[in-house]
Write a protein that binds this ligand. Sequence first.
Ligand code: LAN
Length: 756
Amino acid sequence: MTKKQANAVRAAREPVLEKGSTRKRFSDVPIVNNGHSSKRPRIEDRTDFSRWRMRDDESRQTWQYLEDDEAAKEWPQTYADKYFLGLPLNLPDLEPAKQPLDAVRNGLTFFEKLQLPSGHWGCEYGGPMFLLPGTVISWYVTKTPIPWYYATEIKNYLFARAHPEDGGWGLHIEGESSVFGTVLNYTTLRLVGVDADHPKMVKARATLHKLGGATHAPHWAKFWLSLLGVMHWDIVNPVPPELWLLPDWVPIAPWRWWIHMRQVFLPMGYLASKKWTAEETETIVSLRKELFVEDWEEINWASHRNTIHPMDNYHPKSWLLNSVNWLLANVWNPYLRPKFLADKAEAWALELIRMEDENTDYADLAPVNAAMNLVCCYIRDGPDSESVRRHRERSHEFLWVKDEGLLCNGTNGVQCWDTAFAIQTVMDAGLTEDPRWRPMLMKALEYLDSQQIRENVKDQAKCYRQQRKGGWAFSNKDQGYAVSDCVSEALKSVIILQKTPGFPTLIDDQRIFDAIDTLLTYQSRSGGFASYEPPRAGTWMENLNAAEVFGNIMVEYDYPECTTAVVTALSLFKKHWPDYRTDEIRGFVDRAVKWIKIAQKPHGGWYGSWGICFTYATMFALESLSSIGETYKNSSNAKRGCDFLVSKQREDGGWSESYKACETGEYVEHPSGSQVVMTSWALIGLMKAKYPDAEPIKKGIKLIMERQQPNGEWLQEAIEGVFNKSCMISYPNYKFTFTMKALGMFAERYPDEKVV
Ligand code: LAN
């Protein structure tokens, strides 16, 4: 790198500030009070949005509220801060785009401003409505102080997201009110200091009561409310930590479960076994009156273990699980469970929790187990222990502030994932060599370099972790869980940039090979690829799904998105390193492609498990087929995929799919009409497959261009992502990365076509 290039990179590393700003170093500002308190937080109408700052310490994202005027002046808000907070950016209008490539340039001009100092793109990652409650309950029961500005914005967010008609909350932001959403978010509001007689609380309570009250809640809500002491532990279906003592060969042993279930059931099992309950407070006593239709003193808790409102019962428990639960609750726990075994199981659970905390430096897999592990550490190590301090500190990384208030993200960020797509967007538009975007891309490359996981976890086999050396996580290296498609997308982006003239080789061949070696350990016997690990048990294990509100949660599945991403990455890798494990890679790709073809639905599309829904997975499938040379002309699978997409194009040229498709398995249109994100997915799929007719593609491109704002941005539309079939999650950066990718690909493929 020349000195000039290095300077440009250094300059670009700084966040984009408004002209005339002076700024303070992030590290000069302390993060929020990390002490110990049982005080009820002060709560105000709203906070001053000009005081919030996103602090990015090597992609550790925390929102800071600068109460001190001087500090606020010295650390001005960046464009990214303002954008995230919904404050006016006052950006000038750009030269209107005449051609798709102009639209990409305008889009990048805007998107570049959102790149954070460490080189990644951050964003809200909300949607699920059960994450914030877990976090707040875990703070409350561990007497973690809740600053008034958090309490205030939590209240604002939950009020903003209450159902406009009935005032309740659903499983996710677009869902209808359920007991799960309503009971947990109502409780959260009370814990942060909102009065029970606030009109919005009265309305929400009426909805909760109409749904049957808290006794009709699903398992996970019953767990949190028992921990809080609002319910009695007898209402919680058993979560025996003894399961962790089972030898590995046992077909139901937890090491075979999907990693998220494993990591949630682990602390949940410990806490349930301890029947640990928070210190009673006035609010808790009052909640016992507010949340139930029955008289609290009269409730027969054990009789409500299986009471559940149909709205919350997406995956009804099997007769097998009901029978096992009955035996555990009525025979094993009261009469047979020996104390030495319970002690042994609890101790082993604590040891596994310690390993999870150590392996992730307390970041933990996701906010659900992070919140529970905090409580476990509080019990195990005491309120002032180092482990509790670290958990409290890390819990801020799950929070996000936006115009509506403060929410809890699905993970500690979307850093590596969105950064990988941002790079690929520029590549697909043929702009990687344009010096205008070099500083931005350099920062992104350096970011992926810094986030590659360099070692496997300590005692990998003991804590049932998958090989991860050379991989990338969805969020960042601290979290450190490699995922097959996250490794693939990051790897593709690194290869693309490092093979572009003018970019340095930050990641040497050996590190690329490490990524490949790890990726290859993910293939299942079927040829497909799952998310964090190859499946370790059959789908019959869903018979033990106790969570009711989610589907496909107990084991790993092979996913079209993951399998196709791996195929595309391996195809790209093979081009540049044809001699590395050549035969094996060929075998891996052949098996994966066979699986992809089998996974194609009779209508020609592929079902998406992580994005909504058929449009998303079909894009990835067509891209992967094209990476092995199969396109519309020579592959019946590619042709059927294209025909499927084209059959769903709307009059206005766009595509629109509703989250309902994920729940029902059928293509369902979103009531709000065409969406830029789904339109982009469909167009990318068609273009990758070299669909022969330019007309439908042109129509879609026109729609995307028309929706671009004068400053280059696109506005947020319907929700884009999903998990476990029933819960939706936002991917706000998709409206930038995929739109620009579609436009850029069009410009590359049809340089002479006029669109507007
Ligand atoms: C995610 C987010 C990313 C997502 C993709 C990489 C997009 C996907 O292709 C593979 C699976 C993965 C990594 C994924 C798995 C499940 C997550 C972690 C989430 C959807 C984000 C939140 C969700 C997690 C399970 C939320 C906590 C809820 C529980 C039911 C434990």
